[in-house]
Ligand binder design. Structure first.
Ligand code: FE
Length: 189
């Protein structure tokens, strides 16, 4: 005798699986919050479009990715060439670093950030970044909250950078190469 109840159950299971799968692949249908800001999507960020690199010193450049005026942080690529040094500074906020290319270290720590490494730097950290002589180029993604407070070896403040000085720096650069100062706005959230 045919088990019609069993057939029905198998059909129900199959229908449920199809429904579940279809729902899993269905995009969210509702609008995003009206106050949410648009995403930033940048292609080939470590590529060779030199115009995107904002010079800081002769051997140090930054490429802006996200400049958050509402969050008080910025995400950028830092590129250092020819055994450059980044001036000693204190961080009142956290830093996340991901090394894309090359290698660097801090004068204040024994560890070395190698290509592929991630580092978290806690608030209160004061350090001086140097790129060893055998590294022709290093590129690291830094997510910096707050500021870099530049100081002498005894902690006396000599200057600072925050998201606003970074924006100014980018704006001047884009202006100077003919892209216009407003080019920086695409990175600001
Ligand atoms: Fe730092």
């Amino acid at each position: 005798m045919r088990d019609s109840g069993g057939d029905q159950r198998r059909e129900d299971v199959l229908a449920h699986q199809i429904e579940t799968r279809d729902e899993a692949f269905t995009p969210y249908r509702l609008p995003f919050p009206i106050d949410a800001m648009p995403e930033i999507v940048l292609e080939n960020i470590a590529g060779d479009d030199e115009r995107m690199w904002v010079p800081q010193t002769e051997h140090v450049s930054m490429r802006p990715l996200c400049l958050s005026v509402s969050g008080g942080y910025w995400v950028n690529l830092l590129r250092v060439r020819r055994s450059g040094i980044l001036t000693r500074h204190r961080h009142p906020g956290p830093v996340h670093a991901f090394v894309l290319k090359g290698r660097w270290r801090y004068l204040e720590h024994s560890w070395v950030a190698e290509e592929g490494s991630y580092a978290f730097e806690a608030p209160g950290e004061t350090h001086t970044l140097i790129v060893p002589e055998d590294v022709a180029e290093m590129i690291t993604l830094f997510h910096v909250t707050g500021a870099l407070i530049y100081c002498d070896p005894d902690g006396r403040q000599t200057g600072y950078d925050d998201v606003f000085t970074k924006i100014d720096m980018c704006r001047r650069h884009f202006e100077s190469i003919g892209l216009g100062g407003d080019y920086v706005k695409q990175f600001i959230r």
